[in-house]
Ligand binder design. Structure first.
Ligand code: SAH
Length: 350
Protein backbone atom coordinates (compact mmCIF):
# COMPACT_ATOMS: atom_id res chain seq x y z
CA UNK A 1 0.00 0.00 0.00
CA UNK A 2 2.71 2.39 1.11
CA UNK A 3 4.76 1.54 -1.97
CA UNK A 4 1.78 2.00 -4.21
CA UNK A 5 1.28 5.55 -2.89
CA UNK A 6 4.88 6.42 -3.59
CA UNK A 7 4.46 5.04 -7.08
CA UNK A 8 1.42 7.24 -7.54
CA UNK A 9 3.37 10.36 -6.61
CA UNK A 10 5.90 9.60 -9.31
CA UNK A 11 3.30 9.70 -12.04
CA UNK A 12 3.63 12.66 -14.36
CA UNK A 13 0.65 15.03 -14.39
CA UNK A 14 -0.28 14.98 -18.04
CA UNK A 15 -2.10 18.36 -18.01
CA UNK A 16 1.25 19.98 -17.23
CA UNK A 17 2.50 18.99 -20.66
CA UNK A 18 1.70 21.11 -23.72
CA UNK A 19 0.33 19.10 -26.64
CA UNK A 20 3.35 19.69 -28.85
CA UNK A 21 5.39 17.85 -26.20
CA UNK A 22 2.97 14.93 -26.01
CA UNK A 23 4.37 12.89 -28.93
CA UNK A 24 7.81 12.63 -27.33
CA UNK A 25 6.35 12.06 -23.87
CA UNK A 26 4.06 9.28 -25.10
CA UNK A 27 6.64 7.65 -27.36
CA UNK A 28 7.18 4.60 -25.13
CA UNK A 29 3.43 3.91 -25.27
CA UNK A 30 2.19 5.20 -28.63
CA UNK A 31 3.82 6.51 -31.78
CA UNK A 32 0.77 6.71 -34.00
CA UNK A 33 -0.19 10.39 -34.48
CA UNK A 34 -3.81 9.40 -34.95
CA UNK A 35 -3.82 7.91 -31.45
CA UNK A 36 -2.21 11.05 -30.04
CA UNK A 37 -4.96 13.15 -31.59
CA UNK A 38 -7.53 10.90 -29.92
CA UNK A 39 -5.84 11.40 -26.57
CA UNK A 40 -5.77 15.19 -26.96
CA UNK A 41 -9.44 15.05 -27.83
CA UNK A 42 -10.31 13.05 -24.71
CA UNK A 43 -8.28 15.30 -22.44
CA UNK A 44 -9.23 18.77 -23.67
CA UNK A 45 -12.30 18.52 -25.90
CA UNK A 46 -14.27 15.80 -24.10
CA UNK A 47 -12.63 16.84 -20.80
CA UNK A 48 -12.54 13.29 -19.57
CA UNK A 49 -11.37 12.94 -15.95
CA UNK A 50 -9.95 9.40 -16.32
CA UNK A 51 -7.95 7.42 -18.88
CA UNK A 52 -10.45 4.58 -18.31
CA UNK A 53 -13.03 6.53 -20.30
CA UNK A 54 -10.86 6.77 -23.43
CA UNK A 55 -13.10 4.17 -25.07
CA UNK A 56 -11.70 4.30 -28.60
CA UNK A 57 -8.24 3.34 -27.36
CA UNK A 58 -7.19 -0.27 -26.83
CA UNK A 59 -7.32 -1.41 -23.22
CA UNK A 60 -3.57 -2.04 -22.97
CA UNK A 61 -2.84 1.56 -23.99
CA UNK A 62 -5.27 2.85 -21.39
CA UNK A 63 -3.55 0.71 -18.77
CA UNK A 64 -0.13 1.98 -19.75
CA UNK A 65 -1.36 5.57 -19.59
CA UNK A 66 -2.74 4.87 -16.12
CA UNK A 67 0.58 3.46 -14.98
CA UNK A 68 2.67 6.35 -16.22
CA UNK A 69 0.47 9.42 -15.84
CA UNK A 70 -2.23 11.08 -13.83
CA UNK A 71 -4.96 13.10 -15.49
CA UNK A 72 -6.12 14.92 -12.35
CA UNK A 73 -4.02 16.25 -9.48
CA UNK A 74 -6.47 17.68 -6.94
CA UNK A 75 -6.97 15.25 -4.08
CA UNK A 76 -10.31 16.51 -2.78
CA UNK A 77 -12.93 19.05 -3.66
CA UNK A 78 -15.40 20.97 -1.51
CA UNK A 79 -18.32 22.68 -3.22
CA UNK A 80 -20.67 25.37 -1.97
CA UNK A 81 -23.63 26.48 -4.02
CA UNK A 82 -25.29 29.86 -3.59
CA UNK A 83 -29.04 29.83 -3.07
CA UNK A 84 -29.11 33.44 -4.27
CA UNK A 85 -27.84 33.08 -7.82
CA UNK A 86 -26.59 29.55 -8.56
CA UNK A 87 -22.94 30.56 -8.15
CA UNK A 88 -20.78 27.62 -7.08
CA UNK A 89 -17.57 28.06 -5.15
CA UNK A 90 -15.03 25.25 -5.46
CA UNK A 91 -12.21 24.63 -3.08
CA UNK A 92 -9.66 22.19 -4.49
CA UNK A 93 -6.98 20.52 -2.39
CA UNK A 94 -3.65 20.30 -4.20
CA UNK A 95 -1.14 17.42 -4.11
CA UNK A 96 0.81 19.34 -1.44
CA UNK A 97 -2.29 19.90 0.73
CA UNK A 98 -2.90 23.55 -0.12
CA UNK A 99 -6.16 25.10 -1.27
CA UNK A 100 -7.11 26.59 -4.60
CA UNK A 101 -10.40 28.40 -5.19
CA UNK A 102 -12.51 28.83 -8.28
CA UNK A 103 -16.03 30.12 -8.85
CA UNK A 104 -18.64 29.11 -11.42
CA UNK A 105 -21.04 31.94 -12.32
CA UNK A 106 -24.00 30.98 -14.49
CA UNK A 107 -26.54 33.27 -16.13
CA UNK A 108 -29.23 32.33 -18.67
CA UNK A 109 -26.85 32.87 -21.55
CA UNK A 110 -23.32 32.70 -20.12
CA UNK A 111 -21.36 30.24 -18.02
CA UNK A 112 -18.25 31.92 -16.65
CA UNK A 113 -15.56 30.64 -14.36
CA UNK A 114 -13.30 32.77 -12.22
CA UNK A 115 -10.08 30.93 -11.51
CA UNK A 116 -6.95 31.25 -9.41
CA UNK A 117 -3.38 31.33 -10.66
CA UNK A 118 -1.42 31.18 -7.42
CA UNK A 119 -1.70 29.71 -3.94
CA UNK A 120 -1.85 32.77 -1.71
CA UNK A 121 -0.90 36.11 -3.23
CA UNK A 122 2.40 37.99 -3.12
CA UNK A 123 0.73 41.39 -3.63
CA UNK A 124 -1.37 41.47 -0.45
CA UNK A 125 -3.75 44.32 -1.23
CA UNK A 126 -5.01 45.75 2.06
CA UNK A 127 -8.68 45.41 1.05
CA UNK A 128 -8.62 41.83 -0.21
CA UNK A 129 -9.02 38.77 1.95
CA UNK A 130 -7.28 36.54 -0.62
CA UNK A 131 -4.30 38.83 -0.17
CA UNK A 132 -4.15 37.90 3.51
CA UNK A 133 -3.13 34.36 2.61
CA UNK A 134 0.63 34.10 2.54
CA UNK A 135 2.03 33.38 -0.89
CA UNK A 136 2.97 29.71 -1.21
CA UNK A 137 3.62 29.03 -4.89
CA UNK A 138 2.49 29.44 -8.45
CA UNK A 139 -0.09 27.03 -9.82
CA UNK A 140 1.22 24.91 -12.66
CA UNK A 141 -0.28 25.13 -16.12
CA UNK A 142 -2.02 21.81 -15.48
CA UNK A 143 -3.52 22.92 -12.18
CA UNK A 144 -4.87 26.11 -13.78
CA UNK A 145 -6.52 24.07 -16.55
CA UNK A 146 -7.73 21.43 -14.10
CA UNK A 147 -9.83 24.06 -12.28
CA UNK A 148 -11.69 24.72 -15.54
CA UNK A 149 -11.91 21.10 -16.71
CA UNK A 150 -13.24 20.00 -13.34
CA UNK A 151 -15.94 22.69 -13.27
CA UNK A 152 -16.98 21.98 -16.87
CA UNK A 153 -17.35 18.33 -15.98
CA UNK A 154 -19.05 18.86 -12.67
CA UNK A 155 -21.65 21.31 -13.98
CA UNK A 156 -22.06 19.61 -17.37
CA UNK A 157 -22.01 23.09 -18.91
CA UNK A 158 -20.15 24.48 -21.85
CA UNK A 159 -17.90 27.08 -20.23
CA UNK A 160 -18.26 30.28 -22.24
CA UNK A 161 -15.80 32.57 -20.53
CA UNK A 162 -12.75 32.44 -18.33
CA UNK A 163 -11.80 35.15 -15.86
CA UNK A 164 -8.32 35.09 -14.38
CA UNK A 165 -9.59 36.98 -11.35
CA UNK A 166 -9.38 34.51 -8.51
CA UNK A 167 -6.60 34.20 -5.98
CA UNK A 168 -3.17 35.44 -6.98
CA UNK A 169 -1.63 37.85 -9.46
CA UNK A 170 -1.77 36.11 -12.86
CA UNK A 171 0.99 38.19 -14.42
CA UNK A 172 3.43 37.07 -11.72
CA UNK A 173 2.88 33.50 -12.95
CA UNK A 174 3.39 34.50 -16.54
CA UNK A 175 4.85 31.35 -18.09
CA UNK A 176 2.21 28.98 -16.73
CA UNK A 177 -0.57 31.49 -17.43
CA UNK A 178 0.43 31.78 -21.09
CA UNK A 179 0.79 28.04 -21.45
CA UNK A 180 -2.74 27.55 -20.08
CA UNK A 181 -4.13 30.35 -22.27
CA UNK A 182 -2.67 28.72 -25.38
CA UNK A 183 -4.62 25.57 -24.55
CA UNK A 184 -7.80 27.57 -23.92
CA UNK A 185 -7.49 29.29 -27.30
CA UNK A 186 -6.41 26.30 -29.38
CA UNK A 187 -9.10 24.97 -31.72
CA UNK A 188 -7.77 21.44 -31.18
CA UNK A 189 -8.05 21.83 -27.43
CA UNK A 190 -10.51 23.97 -25.48
CA UNK A 191 -11.45 26.34 -28.26
CA UNK A 192 -12.55 29.35 -26.22
CA UNK A 193 -12.76 32.68 -28.01
CA UNK A 194 -10.09 35.26 -27.16
CA UNK A 195 -12.87 37.74 -26.47
CA UNK A 196 -14.10 35.50 -23.68
CA UNK A 197 -10.83 35.29 -21.79
CA UNK A 198 -9.93 38.07 -19.35
CA UNK A 199 -6.74 38.49 -17.38
CA UNK A 200 -7.05 40.80 -14.39
CA UNK A 201 -3.94 42.40 -13.00
CA UNK A 202 -2.93 45.01 -10.43
CA UNK A 203 -0.43 46.11 -13.06
CA UNK A 204 2.84 44.31 -13.76
CA UNK A 205 4.07 46.61 -16.51
CA UNK A 206 6.70 44.42 -18.25
CA UNK A 207 4.26 41.48 -18.29
CA UNK A 208 1.44 43.61 -19.77
CA UNK A 209 3.84 44.73 -22.50
CA UNK A 210 4.84 41.14 -23.18
CA UNK A 211 1.24 40.06 -23.34
CA UNK A 212 0.58 42.89 -25.78
CA UNK A 213 3.52 41.88 -27.98
CA UNK A 214 2.43 38.24 -28.07
CA UNK A 215 -0.92 39.44 -29.40
CA UNK A 216 -3.20 36.70 -28.17
CA UNK A 217 -5.89 39.36 -28.20
CA UNK A 218 -7.46 38.37 -24.89
CA UNK A 219 -9.14 40.99 -22.72
CA UNK A 220 -7.16 42.88 -20.13
CA UNK A 221 -8.57 44.15 -16.84
CA UNK A 222 -6.60 46.63 -14.77
CA UNK A 223 -7.37 46.80 -11.05
CA UNK A 224 -7.04 50.56 -10.69
CA UNK A 225 -9.21 51.30 -7.63
CA UNK A 226 -7.84 54.79 -7.00
CA UNK A 227 -7.48 58.17 -8.62
CA UNK A 228 -4.11 59.29 -7.28
CA UNK A 229 -0.91 57.44 -6.50
CA UNK A 230 -1.01 58.09 -2.75
CA UNK A 231 -4.50 56.70 -2.45
CA UNK A 232 -3.61 53.65 -4.57
CA UNK A 233 -0.51 52.94 -2.49
CA UNK A 234 -2.73 52.63 0.60
CA UNK A 235 -4.74 49.92 -1.12
CA UNK A 236 -1.84 48.24 -2.90
CA UNK A 237 1.32 49.00 -0.90
CA UNK A 238 3.25 46.45 -2.92
CA UNK A 239 2.56 48.13 -6.28
CA UNK A 240 6.11 48.08 -7.72
CA UNK A 241 5.97 51.88 -7.48
CA UNK A 242 4.12 52.08 -10.75
CA UNK A 243 2.32 55.39 -11.18
CA UNK A 244 -1.29 55.40 -12.35
CA UNK A 245 -0.15 57.39 -15.36
CA UNK A 246 2.39 54.76 -16.42
CA UNK A 247 -0.14 51.97 -15.90
CA UNK A 248 -2.68 53.69 -18.13
CA UNK A 249 0.00 54.32 -20.76
CA UNK A 250 0.83 50.60 -20.73
CA UNK A 251 -2.85 49.73 -21.11
CA UNK A 252 -3.05 52.06 -24.08
CA UNK A 253 -0.09 50.20 -25.61
CA UNK A 254 -1.95 46.92 -25.00
CA UNK A 255 -5.00 48.19 -26.86
CA UNK A 256 -2.95 49.52 -29.74
CA UNK A 257 -1.09 46.25 -30.18
CA UNK A 258 -3.98 43.82 -29.74
CA UNK A 259 -7.06 45.68 -30.85
CA UNK A 260 -8.68 44.05 -27.85
CA UNK A 261 -10.71 45.44 -24.95
CA UNK A 262 -9.77 46.92 -21.63
CA UNK A 263 -11.69 46.95 -18.39
CA UNK A 264 -10.74 49.37 -15.66
CA UNK A 265 -11.78 47.83 -12.37
CA UNK A 266 -12.62 50.26 -9.63
CA UNK A 267 -13.65 49.06 -6.20
CA UNK A 268 -15.84 51.63 -4.48
CA UNK A 269 -15.01 51.85 -0.80
CA UNK A 270 -17.14 53.94 1.52
CA UNK A 271 -15.57 57.29 2.41
CA UNK A 272 -12.28 56.33 0.77
CA UNK A 273 -12.60 56.58 -3.00
CA UNK A 274 -16.33 56.93 -3.66
CA UNK A 275 -16.84 60.71 -3.74
CA UNK A 276 -17.81 62.99 -6.64
CA UNK A 277 -14.25 64.37 -6.71
CA UNK A 278 -12.93 60.83 -7.17
CA UNK A 279 -15.31 60.30 -10.07
CA UNK A 280 -14.18 63.56 -11.69
CA UNK A 281 -10.51 62.71 -11.12
CA UNK A 282 -11.01 59.28 -12.70
CA UNK A 283 -12.66 60.95 -15.68
CA UNK A 284 -9.73 63.35 -16.06
CA UNK A 285 -7.23 60.49 -15.85
CA UNK A 286 -8.97 58.55 -18.59
CA UNK A 287 -9.39 61.64 -20.72
CA UNK A 288 -5.72 62.62 -20.43
CA UNK A 289 -4.64 59.09 -21.36
CA UNK A 290 -7.04 59.10 -24.27
CA UNK A 291 -8.85 56.09 -22.85
CA UNK A 292 -12.41 57.29 -23.20
CA UNK A 293 -13.32 55.15 -26.18
CA UNK A 294 -15.60 52.23 -27.09
CA UNK A 295 -12.98 49.57 -26.32
CA UNK A 296 -12.64 50.70 -22.70
CA UNK A 297 -15.15 50.03 -19.96
CA UNK A 298 -15.06 50.95 -16.29
CA UNK A 299 -16.38 48.27 -13.96
CA UNK A 300 -17.47 49.68 -10.63
CA UNK A 301 -17.29 47.07 -7.89
CA UNK A 302 -19.07 48.08 -4.68
CA UNK A 303 -16.73 46.78 -2.02
CA UNK A 304 -17.69 43.38 -0.66
CA UNK A 305 -17.35 43.49 3.07
CA UNK A 306 -14.57 41.28 4.42
CA UNK A 307 -12.62 41.46 7.67
CA UNK A 308 -10.27 44.18 6.39
CA UNK A 309 -11.98 47.17 8.00
CA UNK A 310 -13.06 48.78 4.72
CA UNK A 311 -16.76 49.28 4.13
CA UNK A 312 -19.32 48.82 1.40
CA UNK A 313 -20.38 52.16 -0.13
CA UNK A 314 -23.91 53.57 0.15
CA UNK A 315 -26.01 52.83 -2.88
CA UNK A 316 -26.47 56.52 -3.55
CA UNK A 317 -22.68 57.00 -3.75
CA UNK A 318 -22.45 54.17 -6.31
CA UNK A 319 -25.24 55.67 -8.43
CA UNK A 320 -23.69 59.14 -8.24
CA UNK A 321 -20.23 57.87 -9.21
CA UNK A 322 -21.65 55.98 -12.13
CA UNK A 323 -23.66 58.97 -13.31
CA UNK A 324 -20.62 61.25 -13.40
CA UNK A 325 -18.62 58.79 -15.50
CA UNK A 326 -21.54 58.20 -17.81
CA UNK A 327 -22.16 61.90 -18.37
CA UNK A 328 -18.53 62.14 -19.48
CA UNK A 329 -19.00 59.52 -22.17
CA UNK A 330 -17.35 56.65 -20.28
CA UNK A 331 -18.82 53.18 -20.71
CA UNK A 332 -19.55 52.10 -17.19
CA UNK A 333 -21.04 49.07 -15.56
CA UNK A 334 -21.67 48.21 -11.91
CA UNK A 335 -20.64 44.69 -11.15
CA UNK A 336 -23.20 42.68 -9.27
CA UNK A 337 -21.66 40.66 -6.48
CA UNK A 338 -22.19 36.94 -7.00
CA UNK A 339 -22.23 34.19 -4.45
CA UNK A 340 -22.16 36.57 -1.47
CA UNK A 341 -23.73 33.94 0.77
CA UNK A 342 -20.95 31.42 0.07
CA UNK A 343 -17.92 33.73 0.26
CA UNK A 344 -17.55 33.51 -3.49
CA UNK A 345 -17.56 37.20 -4.38
CA UNK A 346 -14.51 39.29 -5.31
CA UNK A 347 -12.01 39.49 -2.51
CA UNK A 348 -13.69 36.77 -0.47
CA UNK A 349 -11.72 33.84 -1.78
CA UNK A 350 -9.75 32.72 1.23
N1 SAH B 1 -4.48 40.08 -8.75
C1 SAH B 1 -5.40 40.32 -9.79
C2 SAH B 1 -6.58 39.35 -9.83
C3 SAH B 1 -7.27 39.01 -8.53
S1 SAH B 1 -8.37 40.16 -7.81
C4 SAH B 1 -5.88 41.76 -9.73
O1 SAH B 1 -5.47 42.48 -8.83
O2 SAH B 1 -6.62 42.18 -10.61
C5 SAH B 1 -9.78 40.25 -8.79
C6 SAH B 1 -10.58 41.52 -8.54
O3 SAH B 1 -11.30 41.47 -7.29
C7 SAH B 1 -9.69 42.74 -8.47
O4 SAH B 1 -10.18 43.80 -9.20
C8 SAH B 1 -9.68 42.98 -6.98
O5 SAH B 1 -9.23 44.22 -6.70
C9 SAH B 1 -11.13 42.69 -6.63
N2 SAH B 1 -11.41 42.57 -5.19
C10 SAH B 1 -10.58 42.12 -4.22
N3 SAH B 1 -11.17 42.19 -3.01
C11 SAH B 1 -12.40 42.73 -3.19
C12 SAH B 1 -13.49 43.02 -2.32
N4 SAH B 1 -13.45 42.78 -1.01
N5 SAH B 1 -14.61 43.53 -2.87
C13 SAH B 1 -14.69 43.75 -4.21
N6 SAH B 1 -13.70 43.48 -5.06
C14 SAH B 1 -12.57 42.97 -4.56
Amino acid sequence: MYNKNIMKEKKKFILDVEINQLPSLLKPIITDSYRIKQIIDWIYVKKSPSFDYFSNLPKDIREKLNEAFKLRSFTSIVKKESILDGTIRYSFKTFDNKHVYAVFMPTESTKSVCISTQIGCPISCTFCSSGKIKFVRNLSRGEILEEILYIANDTGENISSILFMGMGEPLLNYKNLISAIKTLLSKKEMNISKRHITVSTMGVIPAIKNLADQMYGIKLALSLHATNDKQRKKLIPNNFDNSIESLLETCKYYLKKTNSKLTIEYILIKGFNDTSSDAHRLTRLLKTSNLIRPSVQVNLIPYNQTDTGYQTPDQIAVLNFKKILKLNGIIVNTRQARGLDIGGACGQLS
